[in-house]
Design a protein around this ligand. Structure first.
Ligand code: NAP
Length: 493
């Protein structure tokens, strides 16, 4: 269904890692959908790059297969695949060798008035090689943009190294550090809710908000990503980027405009105000877990070590932690973050728990008055739910009940929600950096994460086991219940 989006100018997009999982499952389907929606001009070029030797035709066949899978049974959309494939070509190239780069550069510079985007959908290990060769061939000029995927490093030192290397070739305003959570409609709607309505902002502070919960739960295990995942773990893979970015969007002060630096300055301030978690307080404020075999996804699921094929590992597949934003607005309001694999549901949501009313005029028999909650659902079924107290209909006395004002974006606007990559890829072409992370944000996030990792490493404790298909170790429940609160349980109030 059309989202009536404005077309962008013709561009060239090079996907380094054009045969990889991310390119086939996310990037190319996202580009195709924007093309089918007439947002991408026919003169644009999409060039897949990887080491594998294959002809354009073979590559297009693989892309066709990936797109057919992505569009499912949508025949109208499927009919546009051939037109899209006209834009697609393939260049075998090893980013770590000089061979073939002259031809590649010649082909690319044949057209000189297109915005040029280099999407580094490869291991970060070769980011430096790719950038250096782009520079050698004069492909890093003003019209060029580079997109880098997470993980941007595995700690502050390695992130700084990557940022230095990419920054030596591209100016900061040419570098798009992608965090696809920021491209989700609900996250952008958080900006709309907070700053396009008068209702929420006066309440958006410690006087009216009791605490905030951010949950990103996956039902899957590590799947084929085991070898990478085991070197990362949930804190690096999810908290350092996605969950902290979501926390920043909730906690930041109103930016003066939607200008990229205005928004990113405010997010950075939040990261700087986070109370450090280190050896002194990590045991009280963090819980890490690792899944064991259990009943999950309607069957039985193996444990992490079996998935990994290793006898032992201290990598966490679950993290819960209590973060504190130390400023006037949020003093004393905990932000509870939780993420894990092999959870009972696939759900990403931000829950704003308001404070209790100061005084009740209702009789004891009217039912408990529950504090209001604003639930921002990122997946599945993006939407917003505001839990309010209302009178249960009919005679029989005034009985109170919590009911949700429920808005599914898909239903409210009658449009299919675009995938985050659709929005973000076209933002890159337009040069709009607002939803991308600036260097100082990434480094500030690592500066907060590194002491947690160090505290865990020095603690001699292993991650706590939890059964697949559960919400993590019981210590995660204890973490929040110690403060007299409970984790939000999906649909319930
Ligand atoms: P992948 O499936 O392993 O694909 C890697 C791609 O890089 C392949 O096309 C590979 O093709 C190419 N490649 C490897 N070495 C190369 C070289 N020396 N020169 C040129 N091309 C080379 O990885 P992926 O899952 O697509 O992930 C790509 C990046 O995105 C990673 O940094 C990952 O962490 C990140 N990411 C992925 C996802 C996801 O959902 N997959 C999500 C978030 C972030 P050849 O071997 O033929 O060269």
């Amino acid at each position: 269904m059309s989202t009536h989006a404005k077309p962008v100018a013709a561009f060239d997009l090079v996907i380094f890692g054009g045969t990889g999982d991310l390119a086939m499952r996310k990037l190319l389907p996202a580009l195709f959908r924007r093309f089918a929606d007439e947002q991408i001009p026919l003169q644009s070029r999409i060039l897949g790059v990887a080491r594998e030797d294959q002809a354009d035709g073979e590559y297009r066949d693989r892309v066709r297969e990936a797109l057919e899978k992505a569009v499912g049974g949508d025949d109208a959309l499927g009919a546009k695949i051939d037109d899209f494939l006209e834009l697609v070509s393939y260049h075998p190239l090893d980013a770590t060798s000089d061979d073939g780069w002259d031809d590649f550069a010649r082909e690319l510079t044949r057209i000189d008035d297109h915005v040029r985007v280099f999407y580094l959908s490869t291991s970060p290990r070769i980011f430096v090689d790719i950038c250096e060769r782009l520079r050698q061939h004069g492909l890093n000029g003003d019209g060029a943009r580079v997109v880098i995927e997470k993980p941007i490093g595995h700690d502050l030192a390695s992130a700084t190294e990557i940022n230095d290397a990419v920054g030596a070739v591209f100016a900061e305003n040419q570098i798009f550090r992608i965090d696809h959570y920021l491209g989700k409609e609900t996250v952008q709607n958080l900006l709309a809710l907070r700053f396009a309505n008068v209702l929420f902002e006066p309440l958006w502070n410690a006087a009216h908000i009791d605490h905030v919960q951010i949950t990103v739960a996956e039902t899957v295990g590590v799947e084929q990503r085991g070898p990478y995942y085991d070197t990362a773990g949930a804190l690096r893979d999810m908290v350092q980027n996605h969950l902290l970015q979501l926390l920043c969007m909730v906690a930041m002060e109103p930016p003066a405009s939607l200008d990229s630096d205005a928004v990113r300055d405010e997010k950075l301030k939040v990261l700087h105000t986070l109370k450090p978690i280190n050896a002194e307080n990590a045991a009280q404020t963090t819980v890490r877990g690792q899944y064991r075999a259990g009943a999950a996804n309607g069957g039985s699921a193996p444990g992490y070590l079996e998935d990994l094929g290793q006898p032992s590992s201290d990598t966490e597949t679950f993290v819960a932690l209590k973060a504190q934003v130390c400023n006037w607005r949020w003093a004393g309001v905990p932000f509870y973050l939780r993420t894990g694999k092999r959870m009972p549901d696939r759900v990403s949501e931000i829950v704003i728990h308001f404070r209790d009313i100061p005084y009740s005029i209702f009789e004891a028999g009217s039912g408990a008055i529950r504090a209001n909650k604003l639930v921002l659902r990122l997946q599945p079924d993006e939407g917003v739910k505001l839990w309010l107290m209302a009178k249960y209909p009919g005679p029989g006395g005034l009985r109170l009940q919590a009911v949700p004002l429920d808005m599914s974006f898909a239903e409210a606007f009658g449009v299919q929600q675009p995938d985050a990559y659709e929005r973000l890829l076209l933002d890159v072409v337009r040069g709009n950096l607002t939803l991308f992370m600036r260097r100082d944000e990434v480094e500030a996030a690592w500066r907060w994460i590194d002491p947690i990792l160090a505290a865990w490493e020095n603690s001699n404790n292993s991650p706590r086991p939890y059964a697949a298909g559960t919400w993590g170790p019981s210590a995660s429940v204890a973490l929040i219940e110690r403060d007299g609160r409970t984790w939000h349980d999906g649909d319930g109030q």
